[in-house]
Each structure stands twice: as C-alpha cells, then as structure tokens.
Write a protein that binds this ligand. Structure first.
Ligand SMILES: O=P(O)(O)OC[C@@]1(O)O[C@H](CO)[C@@H](O)[C@@H]1O
Ligand SMILES: [Mg+2]
Ligand SMILES: [Mg+2]
Length: 282
C-alpha cells in the first residue's frame, strides 16, 4: 500500500501545482475573478474555483477511476458531503477566494486524501508564494522546495502569535462569539493575532512555527483536511475548540503546538455551526 499511496500523493502534488498555475493566470484576468455568492453575501466563489475543482477531479478520475470526492464547489452544487471508508479526495480548489478576488497574496489549493475515514496525506500549495507543503501520515514528513517545517517550541502563550479568521457568517450572534474569543485571546495578552485569509495556509503557518496556534469555528472539511496531517506530522496537535478530539466534519478546529493548545482552548467562546455532513434540509 505504501507505494500505491506514494503514487497517489505524487499525483496530488502534480495536480495541485497545475491548479496553482491556473489560479495564478486567472489572477491577471478580471473576468475570471468575477464574484458570485454562496451561503452569504460575503461567501464568495468565482468561475476559477469551479474550473480548478473540475480540473483536479477530472485529472484524478483518469488515473484513479474508483476514488471518491468531496469538493467544495461540488458540494455547493448539491453533492453530498459524506466521508466513507473508500479512498476519497477532499478538495478546496481555492482556499482564500476572497483573497483571490482582491489579489491579497495568500491563496492555496488544498487536497487531503482519506482512506477508512482517516486523512492519509495532505497537500497545500500556496500558489502565489509558490510554496508546496506536503505531509503523509507516516513517521516521515516533508515540506518540499526547502520550506522546512520549523515547529515552534514556545510554551508561554504570552509569547505567542495566534492565527484565526472572521469567516463568512455575519449573523449578530456569531460575530459576537468571534469577537468574544478574540478579546479573550488578546487579553491574555499574546504577542499578536494574525490571519492569512485561508485556513490551509494558517495551518501551514502552525506547522512552520510562524504562529503557535490557529483556531476557527466555521471552517469546512475541505479547508482543513490537508492541513490536519501537515500540522500533526510536524509535531503539532489538533483539538476541538472545547477540548477533546477534533472532528473534521464539525467545522471547529484548533491546530497548535503542544505548549499553547490548552491555553487557547480555554479562551474560545465556542459555538456549533451546522455540520458539513448534516443531511440537507428540505
Ligand atoms: O471559501 P474559501 O476561500 O475556500 O475558504 C476560505 C475561508 O474563508 O474558509 C474558512 C471558513 O470557512 C476560513 O478559514 C477561510 O478564510
Ligand atoms: Mg476554503
Ligand atoms: Mg475554496
């Protein structure tokens, strides 16, 4: 299985790079950045998101015809978001669509691959920085092209930088919760709070030791599937925002180094968005 998995992972890296090239070219063409909206007026999608997801899925289907997919834009178009034991590609064609639309320079192609409901490898291509992050669920871990993982050993949370995002839900109660967590964390006080505008890149920042932790309520499985392996293989931990094991379908995540995770979890004002795998409401 090892060689088989490596073969699949090599394909994921190649197709992520190809997708990244499409994204970079689209950035120079206003038409390809025309905005449509999904769950709210600030949940953006472009024809490039759809095109890139199609490109990835078609390329994988040619090589691995029995594999299944959970793709952000396919789910938006009505496909089920259900993880089975079958080999499944979990795809976010553009993580950071808002960044893409505004030319804010953090945009990633994120591909996680799951078997038996466990993510086996993750590939995050931060395509405007041209950084490829990969990790496989074995002892080895690697970040290609010299982007070495330099995991943070800081254990004093007051010396940390914490990453988070504001998401695309603007309901008053949700915004209140987001600010309540943010206030608690700023008041620790931490050195700073940052957000790249993409969950996948935020998780790679944890794996690289640039930030000590990343947390968010409202993410989707395609935002974090790839990053989850990258963080764990770098030596980090994943947790639910109220402690306990993370559930990638729950839309809640903390990814952190060992020293700060417990401190961050204490400060989060948790809530529970509708799960990614919830049956559709009629
Ligand atoms: O919609 P996209 O661009 O794929 O996802 C980007 C994003 O908004 O999704 C997460 C919340 O859902 C955030 O962490 C992240 O910034
Ligand atoms: Mg995303
Ligand atoms: Mg996306």
């Amino acid at each position: 299985m090892d060689d088989v998995l490596q073969n699949i992972m090599d394909h994921a890296v190649a197709v992520a790079r190809e997708a990244g090239q499409v994204v970079r070219e689209a950035l120079c063409d206003e038409k390809q950045r025309d905005v449509m909206t999904k769950s709210s007026t600030v949940d953006l999608v472009t024809q490039t998101d759809q095109r890139v997801e199609h490109l990835i899925i078609q390329s994988v289907k040619k090589k691995f015809p029995t594999h299944r997919f959970i793709g952000e834009e396919s789910v938006a178009a009505g496909e089920a978001c259900v993880l089975t034991d079958d080999p499944t590609w979990i795809i976010d064609p553009i993580d950071g669509t808002t960044n893409f639309v505004h030319s804010f320079p953090f945009v990633a192609v994120s591909i996680g691959f799951s078997v038996d409901k466990k993510i086996q490898f993750g590939v995050v291509y931060s395509c405007l920085e041209d950084k490829m992050f990969t990790a496989r669920r074995v002892k080895e871990h690697s970040v290609t092209e010299n982007h070495l993982m330099l995991f943070s050993s800081i254990s004093d949370v007051r010396r940390s930088i914490i990453a988070t995002e504001f998401g695309s839900n603007r309901e008053t109660e949700t915004v209140e919760k987001i600010f309540s967590s943010l206030r608690n964390i700023l008041n620790i006080p931490v050195h700073g709070v940052r957000g790249a505008g993409t969950a996948a890149v935020n998780m790679c920042l944890v794996a690289s030791g640039c930030v000590e932790a990343y947390y968010e309520v409202g993410v989707h499985v395609w935002d974090v599937a790839a990053g989850s392996v990258i963080v764990e293989e770098a030596g980090g931990v994943l947790m639910d925002v109220e402690g306990g094991p993370v559930d990638l379908m729950s839309r809640r995540i903390v990814a952190a180094n060992n020293g700060t995770v417990a401190h961050i979890v204490k400060e989060i004002d948790a809530f529970s968005p509708t799960r990614d795998d919830a049956p559709p409401t009629q």
